[in-house]
Design a protein around this ligand. Sequence first.
Ligand code: A2P
Length: 283
Amino acid sequence: MRTAGAADRNSIVSETIPSADHQVYVKPDNVHAETVVSVEHYTDRLFSFRITRPQSFRFRSGEFVMIGLPNAAKPVFRAYSVASPAWDEELEFYSIKVPDGPLTQHLQKIRPGDTVLMRPKPTGTLVVDALTPARRLWMIATGTGFAPFASLLRDPETWEKFEEVVVTNTCREAGELAYGTKIVRDLEADPLIGELVIGRLRYIATTTREETSAMGRITTLIETGKLFEMASCAPFSADTDRIMICGSLDMIRDVKALVEKAGLVEGSNSQPADFVVERAFVG
Ligand code: A2P
């Protein structure tokens, strides 16, 4: 029997994989079997993990891939934004834990050494290529919607294309901001990005349910103008601002409406423009 692991990690041919429940499943065709390197839990709803990266796997910072577990003959796959930058030798993901979520009820229990399945094709619209050049890039995140921005913030290309970046992170409770806050804090010490970031990044983190010093839904902050006060800059303008939005469907719909009201036009890979959106995936 061949087991999946670091030695096999570039293989996407059929093989069998022992799973956490000690059953052995045949790996689906055309799927990478990768090894969990580390896992970090932030709250009872959120965690991140890192896996080995297949040498053949290329992606653009901000894109997502399909992730699954070797725990069934036909494993459940869910879309996950890669949270690590394109240059990183491992792949990082940031996930919600849903108690009865078809994937995350199991995924939240992974440990270093376990196997995670990954489909080989990355895709997505939260890429700098889908935006036309401008002075300032806004990254607007709620919940696990921060994941693609964790990737983009750590990619030099983002800092080459934009003079300033404002990243917002809104969660129900303060503990849920921890992952994003750590990514932002570590940026200045990053050997590749550190010097590029100094004086060019603003981080605005708010809560909506737990009482903290900075509160408010991102939609309210935009509508009242408080966001622009907090960021010390003018309201959204198609002349100066480009915007990426990632969070729940409702949040995307509502922020998109405000951004369009400000005159910005939605872009895509084939037709770059002023803003792009992507749903943060659940389950
Ligand atoms: P709220 O606590 O008022 O629901 P979730 O954890 O459910 O994904 O939510 C993440 C954050 O997104 C929460 O702070 C939540 O605020 C906020 N949120 C949910 N829906 C919207 C929306 N339509 N517009 C703006 N923010 C939203």
